[in-house]
Ligand binder design. Structure first.
Ligand code: ATR
Length: 283
């Protein structure tokens, strides 16, 4: 009996999240709650790794028996060149947020897009088919969600960005997948009301409040911030102040993308609702 316990303790499967900075990450808590709920034995570490040390840190984690990693800001793009096999959705997103170490190989996937969809459609009950969608921002976060959103067959998907060239480049990349268009904040088309506005800029993280297009909000518009915090984000305050029907932060996406990663690693998908509640987050 005592031998079994010792062996369990030394062979416990290791996972973790690599980012820079990463100390604020809620992923260890979320995965701990998932492990408790599904009765899986694992440990999940917080790994602060600079961009220069990313490859070394990943290889070392793999060499020392690590089973999987979440990859977060700013490494999601850079890590794509370190994987042996990459999923189609990660290729489309140009970013990897989940690594699985299998038989000496590194498998890369991206669960952000599906995490967002699950939160919007399953948790929040939004109908995206036929919807008019506006995304603010044209960086990595936007690139990761356009493909999954277009699969839901919206009527329109407009990408508005401070630097319009970046929005136009994304439109060019995704134009064959659906009705995408590019715009600047100041001139977003408003002939039809937006059903959903998603903030995918990093402005709030930097404490900046850009001139988001208030004219895009109507009384039926649902606003969703990919960012989240214990206090309302600047975007969610802006959305409320400008009369949005509802304004929600990205806690649900965070928990849902984590559940998809957990499923990739452990072959079991946790129930996300109690975890969202246990984190004391109003979804
Ligand atoms: P991420 O990978 O998180 O998307 P990113 O690739 O650096 O990060 O992109 C950040 C996005 O936030 C960009 O769309 C950026 O706009 P620009 O392309 O014009 O730089 C947007 N962003 C960041 N700070 C902003 C601000 N103060 N006002 C408007 N947009 C901002």
């Amino acid at each position: 009996m005592s031998n079994a316990t010792t062996s369990d303790a030394t062979t416990i499967d290791r996972y973790g999240v690599m980012g820079y900075p990463v100390s604020h990450s809620r992923s260890p808590l979320i995965h701990k709650l998932f492990a408790l709920q599904t009765e899986q034995k694992l440990q999940y570490e917080l790994l602060q790794v600079t961009p220069e040390n990313l490859e070394t840190a990943i290889r070392q984690f793999q060499r020392t028996g690590g089973k999987g990693l979440n990859i977060t800001v700013p490494h999601k793009g850079a890590v794509t060149r370190l994987v042996d096999q990459v999923s189609e959705r990660a290729t489309t997103a140009g970013a990897v947020n989940t690594l699985a170490f299998q038989g000496g190989r590194i498998i890369g996937d991206n669960t952000d897009g599906i995490g967002l969809l699950r939160d919007l459609v399953v948790n929040l009950g939004l109908a995206l088919e036929g919807a008019n969608i506006l995304i603010l921002g044209a960086g990595g976060a936007t690139r990761g969600i356009i493909g999954p959103l277009l699969e839901m067959q919206p009527s329109s998907l407009c990408i508005a960005n401070r630097t319009v060239d970046k929005a136009e480049a994304l439109v060019e990349k995704f134009s064959e997948s659906g009705p995408v268009s590019a715009s600047q904040f100041s001139v977003v088309p408003t002939t039809e009301a937006y059903d959903l506005i998603i903030n995918a800029t990093s402005a709030g993280l930097k404490g900046e409040a850009p001139p988001y297009p208030a004219a895009a909000i109507s009384a039926t518009t649902f606003c969703y911030d990919l960012s989240y915090g214990l206090k309302p984000t600047p975007f969610s305050v802006w959305a409320r102040d400008n009369g949005a029907a509802r304004s929600v932060m990205g806690w649900g996406m965070l928990v849902e993308q984590a559940a998809e990663s957990f499923n990739i690693w452990r072959g079991v998908r946790p129930d996300t609702a109690p975890v969202l509640r246990q984190m004391s987050i109003a979804a």
